[in-house]
Structures are given as structure tokens and as C-alpha cells.
Design a protein around this ligand. Structure first.
Ligand code: C2E
Ligand code: MG
Ligand code: MG
Ligand code: MG
Length: 282
């Protein structure tokens, strides 16, 4: 009987592993054609200044609408894009599209905002990234301080290279944000040397701060750290008003999350601008 159970379990695990491999092969196969077939879209999530109570930026977040697989989350396909090297072309498309879109909003007369773009580790360590960005800014006509690059702590493991790259970005006039702060390898001693502008507190800490004293203590401490380092601090994943109120008590500069708006398609952004003229959530 026990042997029978074991046999079934082995079979179960085999089929689980097989399903994963199959999914992975499908994703990779269809991703190879996704760019030329225009299957990627960018969504935009507002970033709100808590003092002025208005939108001062948007984070661009990629989606893949595949005819074969449906909508695929970046959490699933970005790691595969990194492994296969497809991230270079996808990442370039994201930068082009985000800059083009931001410039278009400016030309339509909306308030000028920064557009934040998530970089992957491979992109960050790609020597041609700097020239690529310079070309995109030239082609789109977007001024560099309206583009913000989001990096994560894990990308700064090679401290010397990361410092050199970040310094060249700063010299180009770009903005730099440290994303998902607190979840990765943090070297606080280097944090003060990295020329970053914004610190984004990971949503896992921001979640439920009004009812979770541990999270509240962590968030309060990160805000104090950021302010002492003269960094603008953004809370990610703000989902309700009580959490927002506490963030304001902690003197958090900016917030982003479902409480304000989920990521939306570009066509919905004008409505967000219009609603944000009357201050958001007083
Ligand atoms: P991230 O950069 O930390 O982005 C924040 C994620 O939190 C987004 O998930 C966003 O939709 C979600 N979010 C926003 N507000 C809330 C909230 O109030 N509650 C909760 N629970 N979630 C919220 P998304 O769009 O699925 O992206 C996941 C991750 O995929 C991103 O995390 C980023 O690391 C990566 N990613 C997205 N777009 C790109 C891209 O263009 N390039 C690269 N390299 N990575 C990307
Ligand atoms: Mg991000
Ligand atoms: Mg994040
Ligand atoms: Mg994240």
C-alpha cells in the first residue's frame, strides 16, 4: 500500500514538473515573436506627492497580451526574458515607449511628470544601455530629468560597476530610484554613495501598517533613513486610507498603490490627470 502511494506521488511530481517545463517552453517560443507582433503593452500607475496631493510621476509596468497564452504577468515572463536574452529588445522597447508616451502627454499640455521605467539586471550591466538611452531621449525629445530608472538592491552587488553606471546616468541628468527597498541585499554604507534620488519602500512592508506594528516600525525607520540621506521616499502598495494617514504622519514624501489607482492603460491617463487637478484624497 505504502509503495503504491509512493508511486502515485512520484507520478504526481513528474507531471507537475512536466507541466512547468511545458509552460516554460511555450512562453519562450511565443515570446520570441511577441515584439514584432506588438503583443506588449505598457500600463501606467500614478505616483502621488503627499504634500501637494497631486500626481508627479507614473511608473510604467509591462504586460504581455499573447493570443496563445492570454495575459502574462511580468513576474512570470521577465525572468525568462532575462535568461534567454530577449530582455535586451524588450527592455529597449519599454524605454522607447515610455519616453515617447511621456513626451506625448507633455505635448498635449498635461502637467509634466516623470516616467519611471524598471530595469532588469542584464540591462543595467549592458554596456550599450547608456547610448541606447541617449538615442531614445534624442529621438523622442524627452528631457532626461523626466525619465527615472528603477533599479533594485540586487543589481548593485558589483559595487564598483554599479557606482560607475549610476554616476554616468546622473551625469546624463536622469533620475534614479531604488525599487523594492528592504527586500534585497542592502549595504547601507554604499546606499549613501549611490547617486540615487528616490527610495521606494517595498509593498510587503507598507502592507497594513495601520494594523501591523512591526511593518509600521520598519516603514517609519526606512522613511527616517531616506530623509537623513536626503532621498525622496515613496511607499509602494498603498491600498487603504488608514495606511496612507500613517504614512503622512511618518512624513513620507510620495505614495503609489491601488488606493490611488491601479496601473491603467495610456488612454485612461488623461482622466487621472483631470481628477488630480482637484487635490487627491484630502
Ligand atoms: P515593481 O516594479 O515593484 O512594481 C510594483 C508592482 O506592484 C506592480 O506589479 C504593480 O501593479 C503592483 N502594485 C501596485 N500597487 C499595488 C497595490 O496597492 N497592492 C498590490 N498588492 N500591488 C500593487 P506588476 O505590474 O505585476 O509588476 C511586477 C514586477 O514586474 C514589477 O515590480 C517589476 O519588478 C517587474 N516589471 C514590470 N514591468 C517591467 C518592465 O517593463 N521591465 C522590467 N525589467 N521589469 C518589469
Ligand atoms: Mg518598480
Ligand atoms: Mg517595487
Ligand atoms: Mg517588485
Amino acid at each position: 500500500y505504502a509503495k503504491e502511494m509512493g508511486g502515485n506521488q512520484v507520478q504526481y511530481f513528474n507531471s507537475q514538473i512536466y507541466a512547468k517545463i511545458e509552460r516554460r517552453i511555450k512562453l519562450e517560443k511565443h515570446m520570441r515573436k511577441a515584439l514584432e507582433r506588438n503583443e506588449f503593452i505598457l500600463m501606467y500607475q500614478p505616483q502621488v506627492d503627499l504634500l501637494e496631493k497631486r500626481i508627479i510621476g507614473f511608473e510604467s509596468l509591462i504586460r504581455w497580451d499573447s493570443p496563445e497564452l492570454g495575459r502574462v504577468s511580468p513576474l512570470e515572463f521577465i525572468p525568462i526574458a532575462e535568461e534567454t536574452g530577449l530582455i535586451f529588445n524588450i527592455g529597449k522597447w519599454v524605454l522607447q515607449e515610455a519616453c515617447r508616451q511621456n513626451k506625448q502627454w507633455q505635448e498635449l499640455g498635461f502637467p509634466k511628470v516623470t516616467i519611471a521605467v524598471n530595469l532588469s539586471s542584464k540591462q543595467f550591466y549592458d554596456h550599450s544601455l547608456k547610448d541606447q538611452i541617449l538615442n531614445i531621449l534624442k529621438e523622442t525629445g524627452l528631457e532626461p530629468h523626466y525619465l527615472e530608472l528603477e533599479i533594485t538592491e540586487s543589481m548593485t552587488m558589483d559595487v564598483q560597476v554599479a557606482l560607475a553606471t549610476l554616476n554616468s546616468f546622473r551625469n546624463m541628468g536622469l533620475k534614479i530610484a531604488m525599487d523594492d527597498f528592504g527586500t534585497g541585499y542592502s549595504s547601507l554604507s554604499y546606499l549613501k554613495e549611490f547617486p540615487i534620488h528616490n527610495l521606494k519602500i517595498d509593498q510587503s512592508f507598507v502592507k497594513d501598517i495601520s494594523i501591523n506594528p512591526t511593518n509600521a516600525a520598519i516603514v517609519n525607520t526606512i522613511i527616517a533613513l531616506a530623509r537623513n540621506l536626503k532621498l525622496v521616499v515613496i511607499a509602494e502598495g498603498v491600498e487603504n486610507e488608514n495606511d496612507l494617514k500613517l504614512l503622512q504622519e511618518f512624513h513620507c514624501d510620495m505614495a503609489q498603490g491601488y488606493f490611488f489607482s491601479p496601473p491603467v492603460e495610456a488612454s485612461k491617463v488623461p482622466d487621472l490627470f483631470a481628477n488630480s487637478k482637484t487635490p487627491l484624497h484630502e
